[in-house]
Write a protein that binds this ligand. Structure first.
Ligand code: IMP
Length: 420
């Protein structure tokens, strides 16, 4: 039985939480496989708003949820997040023993590095994601299996902490206000608490798929924050593109036959980095407020821009989407005219996809087509209920990408989702 992957097609914050929640009701297991608590997935059910950072969105449906090996976990955040969930004692969470742990020194290093970069800063979420992944690659990380075992944690911390302290104080001039003993006390208690959740997510997903169960792979961040294929260095430290579900979970790349790209009906970005269709000024503020475009994790105002089909075409190439889900179409309701970028001009030449170099991306001038605006009442339940102009907007997306728009979201609530 095949799995379905939900992937961010832009710069993150596309509404993957809502789309995952929508598909989670048919799934047996929902898996997060990369990133950490830099992600903020919002799921709205009635008057309840769930803000999830680590726990897969399937938790709201009471499903088995897994945090796979490719994720980096801050156990302090995970603990707090779980305590805010209703029925927190009943959540069915498995954590892969191989997942890496965000330690307090990672947060400190993240902010110290950002500060030292001055105006060249990345604009990270400050959650220690980059330093944690760097330590993993550097073989100086602490894994969940270490956290869950006092002796191993003590040994590992003894090897790592003195070196980290020297680095933070000596190189970055940072003030390390925690002692090894304090961190050990806090983390070993959390390790003990979560030890019952330890699992082998790779094996579990493999077995589930073999026995015909439905598994949903919940991506985080977005394609253009990918460490290799995003606008480097203004990227995250993991791989939001679809290929990483295989390495993040430890399963075959053929496991998913449905790869749903999630894109907002316009574009947003948080943090620094090029953004070809960015809008500034009064209209940007209006759009930002209409879409409540303020970060779930950091509260930062998001940069906003027009829908960029050249960017989405590039995302399709990088991910192999089988279909697209368009979110927040309602936010555009009432605008007289809409602009859609269909190509760029770079050094006098027309190009249809993003170039590889970030400097070149920054020099791309968007070429727009203008479309008639539309109204969304919020009462639409079928594709055919959407105004002709709204359908034209979606049709243009389909035409450019050569894949269907299978889901359209016209509001934050579960019910405001149109399935084609
Ligand atoms: P980091 O992942 O905290 O290291 O941040 C690196 C870049 O990715 C920054 O520009 C962040 O704003 C961005 N970023 C990380 N996670 C998310 C997310 O979930 N949504 C949107 N942007 C994100």
């Amino acid at each position: 039985m095949p799995a379905t992957a939900i992937i961010g097609a832009q710069f993150g914050d596309e509404g993957k939480g809502k789309i995952t929640d929508f598909f989670a009701k048919q799934a047996d297991i929902v898996v997060r496989y990369h990133g950490g608590n830099n992600a903020g997935h919002t799921v709205v059910v009635g008057s309840n708003k769930f803000k999830l950072h680590h726990v897969p969105s399937g938790v709201v449906h009471g499903k088995r949820v897994l945090i796979a090996a490719g994720v980096v976990i801050d156990p302090r955040v995970l603990d707090e997040e779980i305590s805010r969930l209703p029925d927190s004692n009943e959540i069915n969470l498995g954590i892969d023993s191989r997942a890496h742990i965000i330690m307090p020194w990672h947060n400190l290093q993240d902010s110290a590095q950002e500060q030292s970069k001055g105006s060249a800063k990345i604009g990270t979420t400050g959650r220690g994601i980059g330093p944690c992944y760097a330590d993993k690659a550097f073989r100086s990380g602490i894994r969940f299996e270490d956290l869950a075992d006092r002796k191993r944690l003590q040994k590992r911390m003894g090897e790592i902490f003195p070196h980290k302290k020297k680095l933070l104080e000596g190189v970055y001039g940072a003030k390390v206000e925690f002692t090894e003993r304090e961190v050990f006390a806090q983390y070993s208690a959390l390790g003990e608490k979560f030890s019952k959740n330890m699992c082998d997510a790779s094996l579990e997903v493999h077995n589930a798929l073999r026995s015909g169960k439905q598994v949903l792979f919940e991506g985080a961040q977005g394609t253009f924050l990918d460490n290799d294929f995003g606008t480097y260095p203004y990227v995250t430290s993991s791989h939001p593109i679809s290929g990483s579900f295989a390495t993040g979970i430890g399963i075959s790349p053929l496991a998913a036959t449905k790869i749903i790209g999630v894109a907002k009906a316009y574009t947003t970005r948080v943090g620094e980095g090029p953004f070809p269709t960015e809008i500034e000024g009064e209209f940007a503020k209006k759009l930002r407020d209409a879409g409540s475009e303020y970060g779930t994790t950091t509260g930062r105002p998001r940069r906003v821009g027009w829908l960029d089909l050249a960017l989405l075409k590039t995302a399709h190439r990088l991910n192999g989407f089988t279909e697209i889900a368009i979110t927040k179409l309602d936010v555009l309701s009432g605008l007289e005219k809409l602009k859609v970028c269909t190509s760029y001009t770079l050094d006098g030449k027309k190009i249809e996809q993003l170039p590889a170099s970030t400097d070149d991306i920054a020099r791309c001038k968007p070429n727009y087509e203008e479309l008639e605006g539309f109204e969304i009442t919020g009462e639409e339940t079928r594709f055919a209920d959407l105004q002709l102009e709204a359908r034209e907007y979606l049709r243009m997306t389909e035409e450019h990408l050569g894949i269907p728009v299978s889901v359209v979201s016209i509001g934050a609530e579960r019910g405001k989702t149109i399935l084609r």
